[in-house]
Design a protein around this ligand. Structure first.
Ligand code: MEV
Length: 309
């Protein structure tokens, strides 16, 4: 079919400003979209399938196939082949699986002739995310689907998830820096769940405190108080370290960003042996240049507020 139309959709990555891990336990978390993400291109085919490059083999291939099959059947099995490409660092805590899920969900829904309602994109992308992460809170793909800064609370015990859009009167500019390699999100989440189950008295108070900081941080953003937001990020990182989800490479990068003038810096995403760190800066460019010179992979993203002209 040489002139067959293609359908192209985008799913952005995300950063969690406050509240990762605690969100799994029903606390609110604050997350915003990145400009980097995943593109899914659909073209007519004899059946609904994901085009996976031959270099992806074994468990990775099976996981992608199974995840896509769930989204395909949730969207009515349109007859398209979907090819994906990404400029988002993969498996670094920046929501790459959610970005993939949202890009595929959008393309599948459009191919099935269904209007792309946000709730449908969230439902279909959620099918894929559940295959990737067992029991995700839903924060990553909800933020990617809505493409806005949100305060999110998961659905728990039959209560619907709650999502509020947070408006920032000031540009929220983050420097995102990567360090080392990390394992899968489910591993860090599961290991923390085991510690919580064994010693709830040590952990549940910390988890509730993260939720309180996320709510407070959202109010500080709306007031335009970036110094207070930066402080909330620093305190949140300290609690994540106490929960055991940070590591020396992450902590070192957090301190480096603070030394370069960040108002606040913390890990973002699940953490573990490595991953992404964010620093809140009024002007991140000088720090970006310094980190680039030191060979650290980093980039700047504005996640909310008025865009610079
Ligand atoms: C992963 O980006 C964030 C976690 O809170 C897990 C989840 O929300 O499902 C660690």
């Amino acid at each position: 079919m040489p002139n067959a139309p293609t359908l192209t959709s985008f799913g952005p990555g995300k950063v969690i400003l406050l509240g990762e891990h605690a969100v799994v336990y029903g606390e609110p978390a604050l997350a915003g979209p990145l400009s980097l993400g995943v593109i899914a291109q659909g073209s007519p085919a004899s059946r609904c399938k994901l085009e996976i490059p031959p270099s992806v083999r074994g468990r990775g291939r099976k996981l992608l196939t199974d995840a896509f099959a769930r989204a395909a059947s949730a969207s009515g099995l349109p007859k398209i082949g979907v090819a994906v490409s990404s400029n988002l660092p993969i498996s670094m805590g920046l929501g790459s699986s959610a970005a993939l899920s949202v890009a595929c969900a959008r393309t599948l829904l459009r191919a099935a002739g269904k209007p792309e309602k946000p709730e449908d994109v969230i439902r279909v992308a959620g099918e894929m995310e559940r295959e990737f992460h067992a029991q995700p809170s839903g924060l990553d793909h909800t933020c990617s689907a809505l493409r806005k800064l949100i305060l999110f609370r998961r659905s728990l015990q039959g209560i619907a998830p709650s999502v509020s859009r947070i408006q920032s009167p000031r540009p929220l500019r983050l420097l995102v820096a990567l360090s080392g390699k990390r394992g899968p999100t489910w591993k860090t989440v599961t290991e923390l769940k085991e510690r919580v189950a064994r010693w709830p008295a040590h952990y549940l108070g910390l988890i509730r405190e993260i939720g309180r900081i996320a709510r407070e941080g959202a109010r500080e953003i709306e007031r335009g108080d970036l110094d207070a937001l930066g402080d909330a990020m620093n305190v949140n990182h300290g609690i994540l370290t106490a929960l055991g989800v940070s590591s020396p490479p992450i902590d070192e990068l957090v301190h480096r960003l603070r030394g370069l003038g960040a108002l606040g810096a913390k890990l973002t995403g699940a953490g573990g042996e490595g991953g992404a760190v964010i620093g809140l800066f009024l002007e991140p460019e000088p720090a970006l240049v310094k980190l680039n010179q030191a060979g650290i992979h980093c980039f700047v993203s504005q996640v909310a507020g008025p865009q610079a002209l």
